[in-house]
Design a protein around this ligand. Structure first.
Ligand code: CA
Length: 224
């Protein structure tokens, strides 16, 4: 089974001491932390990797934090962003929120407050996304194609894995025949055993019990 993935956080900060401190503390808190030291690198990262949340310093080399955020939003990136900045006057907060930030924290800050705000951001983000419930308190984020555990862990699915799981989870008690799954999720160009291959992938990522085989009939969403 694939190891459960921790919430992915991108830290965009150019000050080395604060960066080192935050990487350590956020890592201890259970985040999978990646770091970008300037706005251009951060833009590239957010466009090519799925993050659950971004912590963004406002004053950055190459591309400042506000311009970076505007470009992210223009490209349709919906990842929640918390801006961290020495400039915390009301006018500055407004600029940040207008650019598309969900939250704003002035430096210096208490680490506990940062952690609490990140938890709140992640919760709100999860609540507003389209989710299909799965057994055992899991849910499928349809847009991000991620399976979330009740405790915030996450497993990334491919597009076709997600389509197969979505169909099964849309009628949790129903047994689907191979033919129907093949017709509704895959194409004629796919190999004869494509449904079995993708059931195998889903079990590999989510556990053996994620999909139930009903002998002689087909497949059904598992109980856990
Ligand atoms: Ca800075």
């Amino acid at each position: 089974m694939v190891e459960r993935v921790r919430p992915r956080l991108l830290l965009v900060e150019d000050e080395p001491q604060l960066t080192a401190l935050l990487i350590r503390l956020l890592g201890e808190e259970g985040y999978a932390v990646e770091h970008a030291g300037d706005g251009q690198v951060a833009l590239h990262r957010t466009l090519t990797r799925p993050y659950d949340v971004v912590v963004l310093d406002r004053g950055l080399p190459v591309l400042d934090g506000i311009e970076l955020l505007r470009r992210m939003r223009r490209r349709g990136l919906g990842v929640p962003v918390l801006i961290l900045t020495a400039r915390s006057a009301v006018a500055d907060r407004v600029v940040g929120l207008d650019a598309g930030a969900e939250d704003y924290l002035g430096k210096p800050f208490e680490i506990d407050e940062l952690l609490a705000r990140l938890r709140a951001l992640l919760r709100r983000h999860l609540d507003s996304a389209e989710h299909l419930p799965l057994p055992a308190g899991r849910s499928l984020d349809l847009q991000a194609r991620q399976v979330r555990d009740a405790d915030g862990g996450m497993v990334q699915l491919s597009e076709r894995e997600a389509r197969l799981l979505t169909l099964l989870a849309s009628r949790p008690t129903r047994v689907f025949s191979r033919e129907e799954l093949r017709r509704r999720v895959f194409t004629d160009a796919d190999s004869e055993n494509v449904v079995d291959v993708y059931v195998h992938y889903l079990r590999g990522k989510l556990g053996r019990d994620a999909v139930r085989t009903v002998r002689g009939v087909g497949f059904q969403l598992g109980r856990r």
